[in-house]
Design a protein around this ligand. Sequence first.
Ligand code: NAD
Length: 335
Amino acid sequence: MAYKIAVFDAKPYDQDTFEKVNQQFGYELVYHKEHLDKHNVILAGGADAVCIFVNADVDKYVIDKLCEMGVKLIALRCAGFNNVDIAYAAGKIKVVRVPDYSPHAIAEHTLALMLCLNRKVHRAFLRTRDWNFSLNGFLGFDMYEKTVGVIGTGKIGKTVIGVLKGLGMKILAYDLYPDHEFAAKNDIKYATLDEIYTNADVITLHCPLTKETEYMICEDSIAKMKDGVMIINTGRGKLIHTKHLIDGLISRKIGYAGLDVYEEEGAYFYEDCSDSVLTDDVLARLLSFNNVIVTSHQAFFTEEAMSNIANTTMNNVADFFAGKELKNEVVHQAK
Ligand code: NAD
């Protein structure tokens, strides 16, 4: 009998790629539109594994319920795992993820946000549609020789650095575990966070969301930044204290914000809410600035990344059921 996998947060594009890849595996895939949380965990009943995405909320209650119903594996089809209580899952249920599916997809989207904001492409698109060909308000700056602070120099941060070096930008990098060999080879400098806040024209976030990084961009750090700084977040929403970001935008301390993620995105992102009233005043305020671009957690969304995600996820599941070593297991690191 085929193993049954409950695939949560499944959109038509997920189903397309998973069905294609599943031809080699033959699992029974049951799709659910909802992202897994305490309200709908019951839908996983009868499944051997659950496959979840970035906005699932797998807390203690959900983990207990999954175990009680006989679910043996949580397969994240993303890199970040901040939405699963890994400490609580340890010893109860295995968790696997897709650590690496296309750093290029996220790096290229990061660049798209930077260039679009700087050169006001989003505004020019609307203006020329209205037969308005004026340039007022569209003055940009050369990225060449400007300083960019890259926070987090893992797979994505390093790819972003490669892309931005192509523009001739000066790189200041920060990572909890600096890769000095990479820095020497690529002629870039590691700096402290404060040095980045003080000197960077553009700051881009590529570290995971952890207790240490939560709200790293807040009133205090923003106060240290250059006037008119550009902040790009394709990491996780809670890296930024959104209300403080809005204060910075109002005071013009922050000149531009490119946000692929938002701290309360779970209620909206990936859904068409165009027929409803937006009740999130913080998101509504963000969307009111013409120097802010919000995209709905889509940096990963390329053909190549989707195909890699489905392949790695299915291989993770297959390894688990075959009792093989789980190379993509998320293991709780006791402090
Ligand atoms: P990675 O594990 O390769 O790199 C993360 C880097 O952050 C590591 O070098 C690590 O040492 C560093 N780090 C850890 N704690 C830190 C801290 N406190 N301060 C500074 N650096 C710290 O991961 P990656 O593949 O480069 O992905 C980075 C993040 O991007 C993920 O955690 C995820 O949240 C996000 N992401 C977003 C999307 C999207 O579609 N927007 C897609 C994939 C990943």
